[in-house]
Write a protein that binds this ligand. Structure first.
Ligand SMILES: [Zn+2]
Length: 122
């Protein structure tokens, strides 16, 4: 019901545009009894306003659906990078990181430089 909100807003914008154009044409035809110029002005300006007005609704929907896509993409990137880090630590024992205590580059705890973490030090 509330999935793909961006797509639904876009459809709503397009439907409102079509309804606006149809309403303008109907109103224009009604005004044909008064004079032809008023009829043409109402049909053209009403249709134009409906079309331009739909830009905002459709644009907003586009914004939301792009944002949904970006969140999904970020989730995939996050998952991939987490996997890659895990893979390197497991497979490659020369993967280096900084010791929490002495800041030396080491590949495993306890640190070969300062011996951190060791129970005797605490
Ligand atoms: Zn250390």
């Amino acid at each position: 019901m509330f999935e793909n909100i961006g797509g639904k807003i876009k459809v709503l914008g397009k439907v409102m545009c079509v309804i606006g154009v149809i309403a303008s044409v109907i109103y224009g035809i009604i005004l044909l009894k008064i004079n032809v110029l008023t009829c043409i002005i109402v049909i053209i300006s009403g249709s134009l306003l409906s079309w331009v007005g739909s830009f905002f609704t459709v644009g907003f929907g586009e914004l939301i659906s792009n944002s949904e896509k970006e969140i999904n993409l970020l989730e995939v990137i996050k998952r991939n990078s987490a996997y890659r880090t895990f893979y390197y630590i497991k497979k490659d024992s020369t993967h280096l990181f900084r010791c929490d205590k002495c800041d030396s580059m080491i590949d495993e705890y306890p640190c070969k430089v300062c011996g951190y973490p060791e129970k005797s030090e605490e």
